[in-house]
Design a protein around this ligand. Structure first.
Ligand code: 13P
Length: 247
């Protein structure tokens, strides 16, 4: 099996104004020699300016969500085609903050993944268990169930990534043990191979949830961890670069 090229993506969530482009420039200037593909997923309104500011550089740009449809009467929504038109090459889908806050289901996330493919974007599909589910011993069942139901068969042979983000580890400073991370990542890989066969070897499985420069090396070198999806620590170039360099 060939290890997929790692991906380290910063999810800026609802943070960042035009002034934050300076942070993105500092990230772009600091990533040379990185062993991973590096991406920033800023708020949608910053994508166009960021793609211009970082044009020709090594950093990829992504969205944080996309509608299922290409266009239409969906007030406030942004389509995958719009993200691509603004300069994105990937998109985070099914983040727990959207599954929880906007009642996004696996079925909807699968349809959004199809929209991403239609627009030529690489989907980063997020999965992860709650603390209650982990305590009840259901983490593997929940996560592999989300993987099965959130990834459409059309992803076969296409570039995509999974992000395992335990809900209880997001923004809390808590992280699972390395053994727990490896157990879930191995289960996700086995599920991907069941679904897509050997082609699934190429999809990186990112870990997300309180990744910091101090814990990045240990996490990034764990079995089947193919990069990281970083929230808070991606907002400051020094911290994000510290994570990128930990690989
Ligand atoms: P934190 O790194 O802030 O815990 O957020 C993780 C996350 O949700 C990335 O998508």
């Amino acid at each position: 099996m060939t290890a997929p090229t790692p991906l380290i993506a910063g999810n800026w969530k609802m943070n960042g104004l035009t002034a934050s482009l300076a942070e993105a420039r500092a990230i772009s200037e600091g990533v040379s020699g990185a062993k991973a593909r590096v991406a920033i997923c800023p708020p949608a309104v910053l994508i166009h300016q960021m793609s211009q500011a970082l044009a020709g550089g090594p950093v990829l740009i992504g969205g944080q969500d996309a509608h299922t449809d290409e266009s239409g009467a969906f007030t406030g929504d942004v389509s995958a085609e719009m993200l691509a038109d603004a300069g994105a090459s990937m998109v985070i889908l099914g983040h727990s903050e959207r599954r929880d806050g906007y009642r996004e289901t696996d079925e909807l996330v699968a349809r959004k993944s199809l929209a991403a493919l239609r627009a030529g974007l690489e989907p980063i599909v997020c999965v992860g268990e709650t603390l209650e589910q982990r305590k009840a011993g259901q983490a593997l069942e929940v996560v592999t169930g989300q993987v099965r139901a959130s990834l459409p068969p059309e992803l076969l042979g296409k570039a995509f990534a999974i992000a395992y983000e335990p809900v209880w580890a997001i923004g809390t400073g808590l992280t699972p043990s390395i053994d727990e991370i490896e157990e879930v990542h191995l289960a996700i890989r086995a599920t991907l191979i069941e679904m897509f066969g050997d082609a699934a070897d190429k999809a990186p499985i990112l870990y997300g949830g309180s990744v910091k420069p101090a814990n990045a090396a240990e996490i990034l070198h764990a079995a089947e961890v193919g990069g990281a999806l970083v929230g808070g620590a991606s907002l400051k170039a020094a911290d994000f670069l510290g994570i990128v360099r930990a690989l």
